[in-house]
Design a protein around this ligand. Structure first.
Ligand code: SF4
Length: 268
């Protein structure tokens, strides 16, 4: 079984840490739970993100978690968590290929909000992983690379949790347009909460500017969407898709965390 490690980049992987509470039982997608989630999702369609987060915290804490890649949406949610649910366990899928500016943002967030995002790393370091595959897999098989360095780590992080939050917005892509505010995520067997589903890019940046929320400086250099450095480029003049710089030229558009599978309409 793949194991993950939790470590700051400037700490050894063996650094001790306190893990969040582990639920004695995983949630099951019973008809009753799915009905409850559908009802909540419908009611929360007109709620503010802070109200959605508060509902999720009241319903699922301490087994509520959040994954962030430190995008503008994630940074906004972190600023909201600081106000309404500061004890929420937040983690980052630290693939080993993130930009230094992204890693630095983790510390700026901690300094401003006191929220220490946990950096979860795959079992194999980048040199070990590339040695195993005879070179960087992102060049030849990015789906497998994302699976090994993101999906597997998230699956393990999901153990002992009941719900996770993400910063996806419906206007980001066709896949994301179908996101429920609250739904069942079959891929990870968790309730998925998307507090910003109804927000636009302008809403996000208005909040960042109004409250001086820390954000990645690469956004000011032509990178509207930032992932791992080998699979991210600045967008070009005339490109309107804010995710055009992700896996550019490969046909790949998502790492797999937010894609829909066998959807029953209850969530992604
Ligand atoms: S985004 Fe690129 S480097 Fe990062 S995990 Fe996926 S394929 Fe690998």
């Amino acid at each position: 079984m793949t194991t993950m490690t939790s470590a700051r980049r400037d700490q050894p992987k063996s650094a001790s840490r306190v893990w969040p509470p582990h639920a004695p039982q995983q949630l099951e997608a019973t008809p009753e739970l799915l009905a409850e989630l559908a009802d909540a999702s419908a009611r929360l369609e007109t709620a503010t993100p802070e109200e959605i987060i508060t509902w999720a915290h009241e319903r699922f804490a301490p087994y509520l978690t959040m994954a962030t890649a430190f995008g503008p949406e994630g940074c906004v949610i972190l600023s909201m968590l600081a106000k309404v649910a500061p004890d929420t366990y937040v983690f980052n899928l630290d693939t080993g290929y993130q930009f230094q500016q992204t890693l630095d943002l983790r510390d700026r967030i901690a300094e401003k909000y006191g929220i220490e995002v946990d950096m979860l790393q795959p079992e194999l370091s980048v040199p070990e992983y590339e040695a195993l595959h005879g070179g960087p897999l992102y060049k030849t098989d990015p789906n497998q690379c994302c699976f090994d360095r993101k999906i597997k780590v998230l699956r393990q992080a999901a153990q002992g949790k009941h719900a996770w939050m993400s910063g996806i917005r419906r206007d980001q892509s066709a896949d994301r347009a179908q996101a429920a505010i609250v739904g069942w995520d079959k891929k990870f067997n968790l309730v998925k909460v998307s507090p910003l589903a109804n927000w636009s890019k302008s809403d996000i940046w208005n909040r960042i500017l109004a409250e001086d929320v820390p954000y990645n400086p690469l956004h000011d250099q032509g990178y509207p969407s930032i992932g791992c450095w080998p699979c991210t480029r600045a967008i070009l003049h005339g490109e309107t898709d804010e995710r055009a710089g992700r896996w550019s030229g490969t046909g790949k558009t998502e790492c797999g965390l937010h894609t829909i599978q066998e959807s029953d309409g209850s969530g992604i």
